[in-house]
Design a protein around this ligand. Structure first.
Ligand code: F6P
Length: 531
């Protein structure tokens, strides 16, 4: 069977790693004045500079060869055409169909799924317009003023991140507030409900399966609060809608059939913001804005399919990541958006990457003998500069960084935006150059030679955000293909969900089934939950 680490290209990369380990990134610029021009590219409104990497021309050539020799072309075609590539769940992976603008069928189980997708888009349009223009009325005849999205993981992070990122696209006269409740900790929902009026509040129960404990409990608490405050006869159906693949369970909860916004088993949770899980986005920025987000993602899809690997933004980002993870020994990858509106982006990308590529068995069920997905983390700059950047500059860890920013300033805060961008450029420069004075052992000196990418958006628009998210989706996909793992299941998460169910069902039993530690801790918990 093919063994990645025994391949000629992998071994050549190992040799190149040994040969170039002591290179200084800055020397690459000295040797090639064209390096910035060569190692940067634009796709639509996104510009990527990947020149500040510990990657020589020879390394880049071999990395591209790694992609050439992988199953990428075939697996990419399989993903876009609806083949079953999520083998452990026996499903296609078709989030790309949700933003597909081509007039071509996408076939799943012998059926074109595009008509259903278009129908649901139309349902999202009609509904979001009705809420936004006030024709959708609550039980007392008043219009909706507050929208509460109840969901967790992919049913929370995508719409939550996008609504915050695109706050400037929420029309100022809209007078609609958005809240996101995810944690099963009751403090989360209580804090949100405290401020709301049931007559003007709409709850979106966002759950692919309609079986996730956290979401169902929060939804039940919301419904109890609604009936307690609006009266037992108040119309639940006018205030609760669902985005789910499980129509039956949503209707049993009390949601009207026409208000269950469908999506499909072939949309993974962390890839679902393009589906009806994106309803809060359409409500917040309007349906046309939501379509622009889809358009941006579609543009990145086309680029991913059409561009040669050497000019393909997601492929290049994936290969750079592989170089650091598999050859340079990096354990983590930092995401640092210099944009306050993107403050939820690190959390979103953390789930996207870690839930997808946190795997140690390949698609044939064999353990892998190489590292896979990194620990993804981060927060906004310039805040991060005053928190964890010290470790990145002078600590013992080696952490590649993605700096992300939008170029266009908001009117009225130009000076702030200039400071933001110059801080980012200063950091990327400082990480690469280090401080020239002193020796390696000098406590005052920074060693430098620390790599980063810089991703610039012309402007933080729905379209560019769509392209940015699709870029990372495809980056994660490419890495999964090269590592030969299934990026689309999450059995580790399922294990936790199952055991949580077992423990709560058997809280009253003096069961010996759990380990001694869990039993001991459970005994302490039990004291607060008398039978
Ligand atoms: O975190 C695991 C996960 O399965 C995610 O992929 C998913 O988005 C989340 O749980 C919530 O699941 P659901 O949308 O079914 O409530």
């Amino acid at each position: 069977m093919f063994q990645l680490t025994r391949s000629v290209t992998w071994q050549a990369l190992e040799r190149l790693h040994r040969d170039t380990a002591d290179d200084r990134i800055r020397d690459y610029f000295g040797r090639d004045p064209q390096r910035f021009e060569k190692m940067s590219l634009r796709v639509g409104g996104l510009f990527l500079d990947y020149s500040k990497h510990h990657i020589s021309d020879a390394v880049l050539t071999k990395l591209i060869e790694l992609a050439d020799h992988s199953a990428l072309v075939q697996r990419r075609a399989q993903m876009f055409s609806g083949d079953i590539i999520n083998v452990t769940e026996d499903r296609p992976v078709l989030h790309t169909a949700l933003r597909n603008q081509a007039d071509e069928p996408v076939i799943v189980d012998g059926k074109d799924v595009m008509p259903e997708i278009k129908r649901t888009r139309e349902q999202i349009r009609t509904f979001s317009e009705a809420v936004r223009d006030g024709t959708w009325k609550g039980y007392s005849g008043e219009r909706i003023r507050d929208v509460v999205n109840i969901g967790i993981g992919g049913s929370d992070l995508g719409p939550n991140m996008a609504c915050r990122a695109l706050l400037n696209y929420r029309h100022s006269d809209l007078n609609l507030n958005f809240h996101f409740v995810s944690n099963v900790d009751g403090a989360h929902i209580q804090k949100v409900l405290r401020r709301l009026d049931p007559a003007t509040t709409l709850f979106i129960v966002s759950t692919k399966t309609f079986s996730t404990q956290e979401t169902l409990l929060n939804a039940k608490t919301a419904r109890r609060w609604f009936l307690d405050n609006a009266g037992e006869d108040a119309d639940v159906g006018a205030h609760f809608i669902a985005a789910s693949t499980n129509r039956k369970a949503a209707m049993e909860f009390g949601i009207r059939e026409e208000n269950v916004f469908e999506f499909w088993a072939w949309v993974g949770g962390r890839y679902s913001m393009w589906s009806s899980i994106g309803l809060p986005i359409a409500l917040s920025i309007g349906y046309d804005g939501f379509l622009e987000l889809l358009d941006g993602a579609y543009e990145m899809d086309r680029h991913f399919i059409e561009a040669p690997f050497a000019e393909n933004m997601p492929v290049l980002m994936a290969l750079i990541g592989i170089w650091y993870i598999n050859f340079m020994g990096a354990e983590t990858h930092a995401i640092v958006p210099y944009d306050q509106a993107l403050h939820q982006l690190p959390a979103f990308l953390q789930q996207l990457d870690m839930e997808s590529n946190g795997k140690s068995v390949d698609i044939f069920g064999q353990p892998v003998n190489y590292k896979t997905g990194p620990i993804v983390w981060g927060q906004t700059g310039s805040n991060g500069q005053h928190a964890f950047f010290q470790l990145l500059h002078q600590g013992t860890r080696y952490v590649p960084i993605d700096f992300i920013a939008s170029l266009k300033p908001e009117p009225g805060v130009e000076e702030h935006h200039f400071a933001l961008l110059t801080n980012m450029l200063a950091q990327a420069n400082a990480f690469m150059e280090g401080s020239q004075e002193g020796s390696q052992l000098d406590p005052y000196s920074c060693p430098g030679n620390r790599p980063s990418s810089t991703l610039l958006l012309d402007e933080l628009t729905p379209r560019n955000l769509g392209a940015l998210i699709a870029l990372y989706e495809h980056k994660v996909f490419v890495q999964g293909v090269i590592w030969n793992i299934n990026s689309f299941d999450q059995w580790g998460v399922q294990l936790g969900k199952r055991i949580a169910g077992e423990i709560s069902e058997r809280i009253d039993e003096r069961t010996q089934d759990f380990d001694a530690s869990t039993q001991g801790l459970l005994a302490l918990v039990r004291q607060h939950f008398p039978a």
